[in-house]
Design a protein around this ligand. Structure first.
Ligand code: 13P
Length: 248
């Protein structure tokens, strides 16, 4: 039985002091033994948020990471910096990074491998544009993202990894994928993992849905057989996140 994983992606929101305030507000609301609860926060918020989350069930994640160990990469953040600060998860290949910062599947693959090498669990994002959905190439596009993203990742490593399916047209639009659409693609991703590895790996890997998840739609989405939780943007910055974490 896969444990649900419900993660907030704060994106470029919350100054360090606002971040601590938000954690203090959400702390009592997000207690849930049955799910992994992760706050993925801006790099500058990681240290104060980790401190504020001590003694709670909240695990801290980063929103990005570079694939080199250290050196002349001005503005980037390394895996050691993240682990030393207490980070357990990292969002990789979010569609916003692919779109605005030109991250490729090959870059995402390097980051996935580097995170795994350092014991950080990647939350690898994938998802189609509206145009691709209308053209009927959703699964082809996502299969490529997954297959390239998982190059040279072993089955044992893949089992620990999280994939977030986030249709780009559903992000920040208030337009959630229907439960059927979300389940269909998450099942397709699981089948793709079974093809790359085997049924046991596919049965263990956790696949989230993301894109306008809110307190009203979380229960139905997370009840689907292939949806193991959510990656939540806007609603993770509000008290509603407590309702999403305790969706049952
Ligand atoms: P919203 O929940 O705001 O649509 O954002 C989804 C997302 O991109 C999470 O990574």
């Amino acid at each position: 039985m896969r444990k649900k994983i419900i993660a907030g992606n704060w994106k470029m929101n919350m100054t360090p002091s606002q971040a601590v305030e938000l954690v203090n507000t959400l702390k009592p609301l997000v207690a849930n033994e049955e799910a992994d609860v992760v706050f993925c926060v801006p790099a500058i918020d990681i240290v104060p948020v980790t401190e504020a989350c001590k003694g709670t069930n909240i695990q801290v994640g980063a929103e990005n990471m570079y694939f080199e160990e250290s050196g002349a990469y001005t503005g980037e953040i390394s895996p050691d910096m993240l682990t030393d600060a207490g980070v357990k998860y990292v969002v990789l290949g979010h569609s916003e990074r692919r779109e605005y910062f030109h991250e490729t599947n090959a870059d995402v693959n390097k980051k996935v491998l580097k995170a795994l090498e350092h014991g950080i669990t990647p939350i690898m994002c994938c998802g189609e544009t509206l145009e691709q959905r209308e053209q009927g190439v959703t699964m082809d596009f996502i299969r490529q993202q997954v297959k390239v993203g998982f190059q040279n990742v072993t089955a044992d490593q893949a089992k620990t990894t999280v994939i977030a399916y986030e249709p780009i047209w559903a992000i920040g639009t208030g337009k959630t994928a229907t439960t059927e659409q979300a389940e269909e693609v998450c099942r397709g991703i699981r089948e793709c993992i079974a093809e790359i590895y085997d049924d046991a790996t596919a049965a263990e890997i956790r696949i989230q849905y993301g894109g306008s998840v809110n307190a009203g739609n979380a229960a139905e989405l997370f009840a689907q057989p292939d949806i193991d939780g959510g990656l939540v943007g806007g609603a993770s910055l509000k008290a509603d996140f407590g309702k999403i974490v305790n969706y049952k």
